[in-house]
Write a new protein. Sequence first.
Length: 510
Amino acid sequence: MNDAQGIQAAQADTGKGGAEGAGTDDRSRWLALYVLCTGMLMVVLDATIVNVALPSIQDDLGFSQSGLAWVVNAYLIAFGGLLLLAGRVGDLIGQRRMFLIGTTVFTVASLLCAMSFSQGWLIGARFVQGVGGALTSAVILGMIINLFPEPRDRAKAIGVFGFVASAGGSIGLLLGGILTEAISWHWIFFINIPVGIGVALAARRLVADSPGIGLEHGADLPGAALLTAGLMLGVYTILGIDDHGWLGTQTLILGAVSLALVAAFFHRQARIENPLMPLRLFHSRNVVGANIVQALLVVGMFGMFFLGALYMQQVLDYTALEVGFAFLPATIVMGFMSLKVSERVSMRFGPKAALLPSLGFIGAGLLLFALTPVDANFWTDIVPPMILIGAGAGLGFPSLMTLAMSGATMEDSGLASGLVNTSVQVGGAIGLAVLATLSSERTDTLLAAGKSMDEALNGGYHLAYVVGAGLVAVAAIVTVLVIKAVPMPAHEMAEEHADARLEPAYAEGA
């Protein structure tokens, strides 16, 4: 039995004893997709919506500048450290169960964040919120793959998910600005509560349940401890680079310990009878290649979101709300490409062929950002690179997700889903640390050379964009050399040709 047949058989089984009142008809599957994507959007929004509100949080709770960073870092450490483990545990206990647990933890933690009255309370609640975010998002892509075994439907579904995952950050900037300025920072967390409750109730009704393969197939508690500790310590080390430097004692020691823990975990998985994380998934060139490309690609994307937002605020004097609106062109184009174009291109030419031009769009957009002046005009200097990056992300991320999941079986789909999210978070964190460091050093050099503050800041951002574009070029090379083309199934090709033959008839009838 091949993977597609196995998925269809499993879906038939879950449909018989699945979600309460949920069938396996086409409408139910698409409703289930929208529920899962709403849960993902809730988590993705929270990664950026807080950034806009940080000044208000600092004034209200009396944070120091270094203490304020932990409002973000506490979330990122838990989130980035648990994604891979959560994806695999979802395979073992059932992905819907893991999704519901994560949504519940995230919603309760959001309430605790909204009610925070002290610095320690908010930081602790943000850590718990990061745990819930990891448990929720780690299994979503795997559930989508299992829901849609047919290539055409799967491509459409991944396009929807890709838009939510990639555009959620810019939506968070806009929504955070609106809520913070119109009401208060507490509402960036309160808004999660009705959404989280609605997602959990809808998921119980619409998303088919599956029991998982059982804890006995991977109940490796020492391995889980090694992986979680290694990844959390790694994220903590990355976040501390700004304060301690790349070659600082703390960075080198903690980085070495983190790598040793992760290496010990993989060594253990190769030796024990029932590993928590079977290494067979990493034998697929497409899985490995797609995750490497994604890790490189998100560096440029993170640079555009975070350094671009700083450029608009610090150089162009945009308000937080104006920054959110400035990202709308990228979001709109991203949505159009993800929902209307990516599936058609991927089905006609294959996901690898769709990925290559997307990398070109993103690289060109970053290079255009590297030309923005200190007195930029929004329409002529900012909108064009936004459109290019939005087009590239909307076309490329669904293709990357398809390739990253192409080597996963039903039993490993949660693990593959968690790996996709981990490559985004860890790759983005490392990349942003590199870009921020290079940008800061370039700014200091330009200030010492007598440049104004605006010119020095802008010069630092320009260097970061160029480096990001260089990494996108490396991603293109990896795509060409490592990733193998995924052939389109014969019956899908037949449907394509049938559609092409029917279109003239429809036109004549009209």
